[in-house]
Design a protein around this ligand. Sequence first.
Ligand SMILES: C[S@@+](CC[C@H](N)C(=O)[O-])C[C@H]1O[C@@H](n2cnc3c(N)ncnc32)[C@H](O)[C@@H]1O
Length: 248
Amino acid sequence: MPPALKALLSQVAGLAIAFALARAGLVAGLWPLVGVQALGATVAATALNSARWWLPIHLCFLPLVVGAHGLDLHPGVYLGAFVLLVLVYWTSFRTQVPLYLSNRDTARAVAELLPARPARLLDIGAGTGSLLRPLARARPDCHFTGVELAPATWLVGRLLAAGMANLDCQRGDLFARPWHDYDLVYAFLSPVPMAEVWQKAARELRPGSVLLSNSFPVPGREADFVVEVGDRRATRLYGYRIGQRAHA
Ligand SMILES: C[S@@+](CC[C@H](N)C(=O)[O-])C[C@H]1O[C@@H](n2cnc3c(N)ncnc32)[C@H](O)[C@@H]1O
């Protein structure tokens, strides 16, 4: 079951439990009912095998909604926040790839993996271009492309890349773009799409090219090399060389 559907069902289950207990006269008053709903939703999410990080969200969701209602904010504030979140996270509920950014240490480690000759790198799910900009500055002889689906994230990346001749920020779906033109494809996504990413890399990349995945290895496939970035979050880069092996 998709995580978004599990979340919806958990919240509805919490509401149903609170409603049933209120009807039976076992719980009364706004905050006790809110507490029952929050606990019920959390238990339902556990029963539905939701990822652990959903549990605090379920526990806090209705209490925050009711608390925020008491602040008497203009409805436009909620609409504005909703629109902003949609433009930044876009289809994360479907792709299960949220936004988090590569750091400077990672960009330095990736720069060391670029060939000495002019090369082409593609960042699939480029976010705001935080990996690509330092690379484009460090290697003016190379060309860097980012493809990003979320409109606001892409726009920020595009604006920040203005004037950088060797950096191109494109808006689109990483699976809809051809990858055959690139020497290195960089991914910082989530465990969910990695099998599909590998299939596309093996199908489209030329022998000698590299798929480099930040933090999330390809399931069922041993990396050809692993780089320990040595930063505070202990970033690991998993490298997969495309060769005859990949096409076999
Ligand atoms: C974890 S962020 C990584 C950002 C950037 N690569 C970096 O390292 O700083 C993943 C990004 O991939 C984007 N994304 C997820 N699925 C995508 C898809 N199918 N096509 C294009 N972008 C996608 C998300 O919107 C998000 O901005």
